[in-house]
Every structure is written in C-alpha cells, then in structure tokens.
Design a protein around this ligand. Sequence first.
Ligand code: TYM
Length: 331
Amino acid sequence: MRVVSGIQPTGNLHLGNYLGAIRRWVRMQDEAECIFFLADLHAVTVYNDPAELSRNVNGMAAALIACGIDPEKSLVFNHARVPAHAELAWLLSCTARIGWLNRMTQFKEKSGKNREGSSVGLYAYPVLQAADVLLYQATHVPVGEDQKQHVELMRDIALKFNTDYDVELFTAPEPHIGATAARIMSLRDGNAKMSKSDPSEMSRINLGDDDDMIAQKIRKAKTDPEPLPESVEGLAGRPEALNLVTIHAALTDAEPQAVLDQYAGQGFGQFKPALADLLIATLAPIRARLQDFEADPAALEAILAAGAAKASERAAPTLEGAYRALGLPRG
Ligand code: TYM
C-alpha cells in the first residue's frame, strides 16, 4: 500500500480537512509508505498574495505535523520544491482529454460565471493532481468526497497512457474516502461544504481557533428547534442537525446511530455544549503543538527540504519512464 495525498496551503486548516482527510493520513502512517505535500502549485491557479502564500506553506506544514504527521515516517514537502510534479503534469496533459476536464465539477464551481476569465492552470490542475499521485505509484489516495472525481480522472489518465504507449508504467490509484466524515458541512448552511473559501468565519472551525471561539461557533451553529431523533433516518431533511451529529460521530470514532442512541429526545441546548467540549478536547493539544512549531521556522525548513530531496529521488524513475515511453529518453 502506497499512500499519497495533498492539501492546498491557502487559509487555515479547518475541521473538514482534519476529519475528512488529515486524521486518516495520520492513521495510515503506520500501515503504509506515505507521502503528503502542500499543493502550492495548485494554490497559484488563482491570485494569492506571494508573502501570504509563503507564510501559509509553512503554517500549513506546521499544522500537518501538529496533527500527527510524523516526518520520520512520512515524506512532507511542498510541490514547488519538487519539479518532477510540474514536469510530469505537462506530459500527462498530452494524454488527458479536454472532454474529461470539461466534466470536472470543481472547475465549474470555482470558475462560476467567470469561466473565460479563469486561468488555464485552474482548468488544467486536475492533471497536475494526477501527476502528484502517479509519480509515486500510489495505490491509495485518502481524500474527502469532493476529490473523488479527481482521483477517478487520475485512473483514466494512467490507463490511457499505459495503453497508448504500451507500457505498464503507471499504477491506477483508488480513492480512500472515510465512512463518516467524507463531507463535513458549513456550520451556517448544512447544504454547503465547510470550506476555506467561505467568507463567513463562523461557517468553519479552524484548527487554530481557541477554546472560546470553538464554543462560540458551535453555540451559534445553525440548527432547528426539534429534538434529536431516535434514528439516522429521522435526520432526513435536517442537514444542519445531521452535520453536527456527523461531527460528533467522527470525533468519537462512532457511527451516527450510536450518537443518536445517546442523545435521542434531547435538544441542541444539551447536545451543543457536549459537542463543543469534545471539539475542544480534540483540538486544544493540536493547537498547542502548532504554536511550538510556529516558534521554530528553522526546524520546519529542514523538514520540508529533506522531504523534497527524498521525494525527488522517489519520483525520478517514474518520470524517466514516462519520457522513455514517449520516445524522449534523456541520456
Ligand atoms: P483541499 O486543499 O481543498 O482539501 C484538502 C483535503 O481536505 C478534504 N476536505 C474535506 N473533507 C471533508 N469535508 C470537507 N468539508 C472538506 N473540505 C476539504 C479534501 O477532500 C482533501 O482531501 N486538489 C486538492 C489537493 C491536492 C491533492 C493532490 C489531493 C493536490 N494534489 C493529490 C490528493 C492527491 C485540494 O484542493 O484539496
């Protein structure tokens, strides 16, 4: 089992990233060879203030380590330090079809009405994402539900390249999506996913939020006046209630039904403080570790530089194999 996944270093790490992806990355470290990176070349598909982007790369790397990613076990680096990603992306963009990219729902969401004014990079970035994974012969890609389509695209690109050039070069990876926390929703709207790009800070819990802020965000989270039902079916049509129950279940590694067994018949006046306590107990130690790391930028720099050097070595044979398959051996 070889595991590869990434995260864009924009804004803050939030609870959706943590429960949907990163907590599973941490757990997979003991079972597989793992590579995790900050997708800074993805971040530049839209304008980012350069100084802020640079700060965010380091901040997000510190956050991953604070969550439990161990650089002794896993490779941790940022895209921009490993040129093989951009190189393979170009080669694969000649295999990916325009029709395939036209189906990507994230591009449609992110470009909105401004399709013609979007960057070519925003349109093509699922190909870079394919390169990110195919370079390392990954078998599993742990992601939230929103990335499933991109992983399916990677499989299509891998298989078409292998077939077109009659090689067995790329491994087709599987998406690895968690059962309970595949899609954590906004605290203000149970039909929208929790996201870094939501303008309302109250819509998400950030991993750096202090205890009071976490409690306040849960207290103000949108809900309905009904008590919690006895079974999960009773949450149908109550997306905000379902989301809070899902978060509780994910934090305690339980099924949503087990949460309802405990809280059925109780209102949010009782449920919300219990959820806030649970969140605080989970996030406070991560926040403390994050603060330690932020105080030591040299340690972080050393981790990213070492991770990038090892990643370049790991990526080299597949990259060379791709050039060779195309009839472009490089010596
Ligand atoms: P990004 O930075 O948007 O999100 C990072 C990870 O967090 C998951 N996630 C969520 N899971 C559950 N509920 C949510 N509300 C939620 N919001 C985010 C995402 O599914 C993702 O797993 N393109 C990717 C980064 C990337 C990548 C890759 C991922 C670049 N190269 C190669 C996998 C493999 C992205 O923008 O994720």
